[in-house]
Write a protein that binds this ligand. Structure first.
Ligand SMILES: [Zn+2]
Length: 340
C-alpha cells in the first residue's frame, strides 16, 4: 500500500474531500480589485472577506463561537477592526457589514434572517442595517464541522494570510492571531482573579512588544467587560453596530508606578471621564461616590455634567470582587485629585 498523500501546506490527508473543497473555496474569494483603491499590502484588492474570516477563526479559537451561528457581536467587530488596522490606512477601515453580507456570493456562507424580515433590500451594506434584520450567518454544516478542528483552522488561517496579503506582512498577521488568543486567555484570568496582579504566560521567543500588546489589550478587555462597557463615572454605555465601544480602561494607580494590571486597579471610563480622572478634576471616595474638584468651578470654566455627578454613586461592576481597590483609590485621591 502506498503512503496516503498529504496536503503540502496542511499535512491533512488529501482523501478528505470536504476539506479539499473548502480549502479551494477559501483560496478563490471574490474580491473587488482596483490598484488605485487598495494598497500593495492587500495585493491591490479589498481585504475585508479574508479579514472577516480570520476574525471568525480567532473567535472559534477562543471558544466564543461554539455553534454554527456567527453573530455580528461586539467581539467580532472589535477583532475585524483590529485586523483592518494592520493592513489599511485608518480612513479605509471598513464596515464589517459589507463582507458579512457579500460572503454569501462565495458558496459556503448563508445569512439567517429574523422571521418575517427575509427581504434585506437596503439593509445589506451596513452592520446596523444587518443587525436589524438578521439573527446572524452560518457556514455550510460540513465546513463548520471542519472548522472546529484546530489543525484545520490553522491551515485555513495560513491559506488566507498567504493568499491575500503581501509576503512582508504575513508574519505580522500570523502573530496577531497569536496575540489575540493570548489576550483572551490573560483577560479571562484577570477577571477570574480580579485582585491579583498576574503575570503573562511566557511564550517561547516572545518579544517585549508582544508582551506589551497582550498586557495592554487584556487589561482593557477585562476591565471593560467587568463594567459591561459602562463608564463608571457618568454611566455612558454606547457600543456601535460595528462593535466599537465608548469606554476604555484606566489604571487607578498608573502602571508605570504600580506595575499592576489587576482588574481592581482598573476602572472603565469614557474618553471624557478618563481625561478628567487622570487630570485629577474627578476622583472617587471610599464610599464609591464621585468627587468633583473645586477647580471645575474656576472662572471661565463650564464644568457641565461633572458637577451634576458630584456625590453620586459610581456605576459599579456586578461582581463585588471586581470593585476598585480602596487603597488604589486612596492613592489617586492623595496624588492626583485636585482638591482646590
Ligand atoms: Zn464617562
Amino acid at each position: 500500500m502506498p503512503e496516503p498523500k498529504t496536503h503540502k501546506i496542511t499535512g491533512i490527508s488529501l482523501s478528505n474531500e470536504p476539506f479539499e473543497k473548502y480549502f479551494r473555496m477559501f483560496g478563490i474569494l471574490r474580491q473587488s480589485k482596483d490598484r488605485s483603491q487598495w494598497p500593495a499590502e492587500t495585493l491591490y484588492a479589498a481585504p475585508y472577506k479574508p479579514l472577516l474570516l480570520l476574525s471568525i477563526l480567532d473567535l472559534l479559537e477562543q471558544g466564543i463561537i461554539k455553534t454554527n451561528l456567527i453573530e455580528l457581536c461586539q467581539e467580532l467587530g472589535e477583532l475585524f477592526t483590529l485586523y483592518c488596522s494592520k493592513v489599511l490606512a485608518p480612513e479605509k477601515i471598513g464596515n464589517i457589514g459589507m463582507p458579512f453580507y457579500h460572503l454569501t456570493g462565495d458558496g459556503f456562507w448563508q445569512l439567517i434572517p429574523k422571521p418575517g424580515l427575509e427581504n434585506l433590500s437596503s439593509e445589506k451594506n451596513s452592520a446596523s442595517g444587518l443587525k436589524k434584520v438578521l439573527i446572524g450567518a452560518k457556514f455550510d454544516d460540513e465546513l463548520f464541522n471542519l472548522l472546529v478542528i484546530k489543525e484545520v483552522r490553522d491551515a485555513f488561517r495560513r491559506l488566507l494570510i498567504q493568499k491575500y496579503f503581501l509576503e512582508s506582512i504575513q508574519q505580522k498577521l500570523l502573530e496577531l492571531s497569536q496575540v489575540n488568543k493570548a489576550v483572551f486567555e490573560y483577560s479571562e484570568n484577570l477577571l477570574k482573579k480580579p485582585s491579583q496582579n498576574l503575570n503573562i504566560k511566557e511564550v517561547a521567543g516572545s518579544s517585549v512588544d508582544y508582551v506589551k500588546q497582550v498586557r495592554d489589550q487584556a487589561f482593557r478587555k477585562a476591565v471593560v467587560k467587568a463594567y459591561e462597557h459602562r463608564c463608571a463615572i457618568c454611566g455612558l454605555k454606547v457600543i456601535t453596530a460595528e462593535g466599537h465601544t465608548a469606554v476604555a480602561a484606566a489604571h487607578i494607580v498608573p502602571w508605570s508606578i504600580s506595575k499592576n494590571d489587576s482588574v481592581t486597579n482598573g476602572i472603565a471610563l469614557c474618553h471624557l471621564c478618563h481625561w478628567a480622572f487622570d487630570e485629577g478634576v474627578t476622583g472617587i471616595s471610599t464610599h464609591y461616590t464621585v468627587l468633583a474638584s473645586e477647580q471645575l468651578t474656576l472662572s471661565g470654566n463650564a464644568p457641565g455634567v461633572f458637577l451634576m455627578m458630584r456625590d453620586r454613586p459610581i456605576f459599579k461592576p456586578d461582581i463585588n470582587e471586581r470593585l476598585p481597590d480602596i487603597e488604589a483609590l486612596n492613592w489617586h485621591r492623595k496624588n492626583v485629585f485636585k482638591r482646590l
